[in-house]
Design a protein around this ligand. Structure first.
Ligand code: PMP
Length: 432
């Protein structure tokens, strides 16, 4: 079947808001390591799947073996009303890794559901439906999570049941707080938080939810300590703090295992998904025992934490801890950041390079600091032509996002840098 036909069939039967990357969308049919092959036989180095679903790469024997062993029992799933050994083992391991005191874990199928659950817990315990979120956030696509998604390009409906107020706290390249030192930026965000609490809420807010580094919003890295300074204000009001670790968890940021650890705090709850499954559907919430158990009615997920997804997730977690992939993310992240900053010095169109570990954003601008979605679009197409898959994001769709699997090698990082160099040069020529 030709690509064209599959694209047309996709467009005819799937919603128009289910966007596809690339002028000629690709169908990935095989994968190994960090490389994927499309149905036309083209092979690409995958610098985006790391965030989307795949923390450690494709075709990893230890993970395939764990999934196959579960398949061989014949039990893909029965019901979460029965005991599932791997679910308990994985929960014990994640609870301990979270650092949250007396932690309990609830498994879901996605990050959206994880955040929906965290919101349900926080609103239930605090008896308030008021939530604080960061401007330009992304937390999911269900009815409540859409309401706390502050990036209009992704917030498909305004009819959410949650009463949300947005505060500053991630993006520093443009906007009212651009150019401030770390210390002044933190002070400005804390002032803004106090102001929003006073002016747009009744004070009894349930929780603040934040991505320690905004993902969809363009890999926006706040200064270390920001969320800690904000949490001091929250604590004055008994407001809970939820850390959305869907993109920042599992050591991807290199420095820390969880994104919140750069801020010297422990959240009341954290949410996770994506990478842990290495391709399987899994997500979840970790919360203090009293918060998790504040629900008194039953609230199960029939599929969350099923035998297959927990077997795959447990193998993924063991693998990334055994191989110190966090250390690899730090080393290769530093290498990529250095190379990309050199590119930024060379090409005006690359206005900002930022990131931590293997979570790196390249913001495209022209002229001056005006967002250039056009340049980012050119880089997306040019990298693909040269055998590299990258992501896009940012409020203005002008940020190229790099998030390779954490097993990335130095040779692959160098290859990507070269392709990005050529592609940014093309974008510079095209928009000048
Ligand atoms: N939180 C964050 C930070 C995310 O990036 C995403 C997905 N992009 C989600 C939540 C939602 O996860 P899912 O797509 O698994 O529902």
């Amino acid at each position: 079947m030709s690509e064209e036909t599959l694209v047309n069939r996709h467009r005819a039967v799937l919603p128009q808001w289910l966007a596809l990357y690339y002028k000629e969308p690709i169908e990935i049919v095989r994968a190994e390591g960090r490389r994927v092959t499309d149905s036309n036989g083209n092979t690409y180095l995958d610098f985006f799947a790391g965030i989307l679903t795949n923390a450690i790469g494709y075709g990893v024997k230890e993970i395939s073996d764990a999934i196959r062993a579960q398949l061989d029992t014949g039990v893909l799933h029965t019901s979460t009303l029965y005991l599932i050994r791997k679910q308990v083992e994985l929960a014990e391991q994640i609870a301990e890794l979270s650092g949250i005191p007396d932690a309990k874990v609830f498994f879901t199928n996605s990050g959206t559901e994880a955040n929906e659950t965290a919101l349900m817990l926080a609103t239930q315990q605090r008896r308030s439906n008021q939530i604080l979120a960061l401007r330009n956030s992304y937390h999911g696509r269900a009815f409540a999570t859409i309401g706390i998604t502050g990036n209009r390009g992704w917030s498909a409906s305004s009819l959410s049941p949650v009463k949300v107020s947005y505060v500053h706290g991630g993006y520093r390249y443009r906007g009212p707080f651009a150019g401030l030192s770390d210390k002044d930026y933190i002070a400005a965000c804390v002032d803004d938080l106090r102001d929003v609490l006073q002016t747009t809420t009744s004070g009894d807010v349930a929780a603040l939810i934040a991505e320690p580094i905004q993902g969809v919003g363009g890999f926006n890295v706040p200064p270390d300590g920001l969320l800690g300074a904000m949490k001091e204000v929250l604590d004055e009001h008994g407001i809970l703090f939820i850390s959305d670790e869907v993109q920042t968890g599992w050591g991807r940021t290199g420095e820390h295992f969880w994104g919140f650890q750069a801020h010297g705090i422990t959240p009341d709850a954290l949410t996770f998904a994506k990478g842990l499954g290495n391709g399987l559907a899994i997500g979840g919430v970790v919360a203090r025992g009293d918060l998790m158990d504040c629900l008194t009615a039953n609230s199960i997920s029939t599929f969350g934490g099923n035998p297959i997804s927990t077997a795959g997730a447990k193998a993924t977690l063991d693998y990334l801890l055994d191989k110190d992939l966090q250390g690899n993310a730090r080393k290769l992240g530093d290498y990529l950041l250095r190379g990309l900053r050199d590119l930024g010095d060379k090409y005006d169109v690359l206005g900002d390079v930022r990131g931590k570990g293997l979570m790196i954003g390249m913001e495209f601008v022209s002229p001056g600091t005006t967002p250039s979605p056009e340049a980012a679009g050119i880089v997306l197409e040019e990298t693909r032509e040269r055998g590299l898959l990258v992501g896009k994001g940012g409020l203005h769709n002008n940020v190229v996002r790099l998030a390779p699997p954490m097993t990335l090698t130095e040779t692959e990082a160098a290859e990507a840098l070269e392709i990005l160099g050529e592609s940014v040069a093309r974008a510079q020529e095209a928009v000048k």
